[in-house]
Design a binder for this molecule. Structure first.
Ligand code: FMN
Length: 343
């Protein structure tokens, strides 16, 4: 435990989860770091130069360390005209003519982000959706950057360790948001956090960060007891004063029970956990017909944006973890950090 906190140069074993999509502001990240945790910027869906701007803003707000998280691009499988037509007919709002993501453009974006992270000398960088390639890892290691990977199975954790990650986030199936799963598995790779930590702990030598459904001190203590070295918490920070999540989304978090979330591919083409709403219920029969990530994501963006602007919960992606039922108030980060870290 001491090893990871001194590696990350933080006081408490609390990491605010990077959350792409707009909720994580530089103010939120800086507040978590200032109050002794590790704040995390999320670069997913951000333009590279916006990421640079946010890094500089956090640096102005705090002298404490923070991390930046990046999505590693994946190959986009072939789609047929019928697949696309199916969703053209079902979606209330459609993307413009440039609605199909270009794989090369995703890689160019990733490379630009890598260059900016190196230029800005960000001390800690984390990845999800895959493991970065050897060349990328080498470039960061030369600069002494600490690298964190995301695993949802024992196999992925061992793979990330072998590739040189300095710490690993173990994302249990309770977690809100997208699954970081990247290796094929015989089952569904939806392993709960207790069994995941217990299985990985005796095998991995790098520090482990537990994520999924943790919203209060008791949960933090439970996973530390199981052998985690720190925790990564998302949903609890979504319902903070510093979060830029729309108010209706924050209210939905306060009202939802722990049993009211589900994993779906309907919004993005990649499995993610969120509060069940009308769109998820209505489209559930078509779960297996979703377009691959990030095509489905791109295609549902106009619908989700319009719904968010109108405060319409029915068609927004309300990502949240299974701990949602224990969140009863929107608090400043300072108070959340105090509760999560009390001895
Ligand atoms: C709204 C939202 C967005 C997320 N975006 C990211 C992301 O950009 N990168 C990432 O590694 N994990 C992301 N996650 C997953 C978190 O890292 C973490 O696994 C999860 O929040 C833990 O579960 P909890 O929300 O129950 O605390 C996201 C989670 C949420 C709720």
């Amino acid at each position: 435990m001491g090893e990871l906190t001194s590696l990350l140069r933080i006081k408490h074993t609390i990491i605010q989860a990077p959350m792409a999509g707009g909720a994580v502001t530089p103010e939120l990240v800086a507040a978590v770091s200032t109050f002794g945790g590790l704040g995390s910027l999320a670069s997913g869906y951000l333009e590279p130069e916006n990421m640079r701007e946010q890094i500089r803003q956090v640096n102005q707000l705090t002298s404490h360390p923070f991390q930046v998280n990046v999505f590693v691009p994946e190959s986009i499988p072939e789609m047929t005209a019928e697949d696309l037509t199916f969703w053209k007919k079902r979606l209330p709002e459609l993307p413009d003519a440039h609605g199909l993501p270009d794989e090369q453009a995703l890689w160019d974006d990733f490379e630009q982000k890598m260059n900016i992270l190196l230029e800005e000398q960000v001390p800690i960088v984390s990845f999800t959706f895959a493991c970065p390639n050897e060349q990328t890892i080498r470039r960061f290691k030369q600069l002494g950057t600490l690298l964190i990977g995301t695993a949802t199975t024992k196999e992925e954790a061992l793979f990330l360790e072998e590739k040189g990650m300095d710490a690993i986030v173990l994302q249990g199936s309770e977690a809100g948001g997208h699954r970081g799963t990247f290796l094929p598995s015989k089952g569904d790779a939806l392993q709960g956090l207790i069994s995941l930590i217990s299985e990985v702990k005796p095998l991995c030598h790098v520090p482990l960060i537990a994520a999924g459904g943790i919203v209060e001190r008791k949960g933090v203590e439970a996973v530390l007891q199981l052998g985690a070295d720190a925790v990564q918490i998302g949903t609890r920070f979504l319902a903070s004063e510093e979060s830029a999540a729309p108010d209706v989304y924050k209210q939905a978090i306060l009202q939802a029970e722990g049993s009211e979330t589900a994993i779906t591919k309907l919004f993005s083409g990649k499995r993610a956990r969120g509060i069940v709403n009308q769109w998820m219920e209505k489209e559930r029969p078509h779960e297996e017909a979703t377009l691959p990530y990030p095509v489905q994501h791109r295609w549902t963006t106009p619908m989700r944006k319009k719904a968010a602007a109108e405060g319409n919960l029915d068609q927004m992606a309300l990502w949240a973890g299974q701990g949602v039922g224990r969140i009863q108030s929107i608090l400043p980060v300072k108070d959340i950090m105090q509760e999560l870290s009390k001895a």
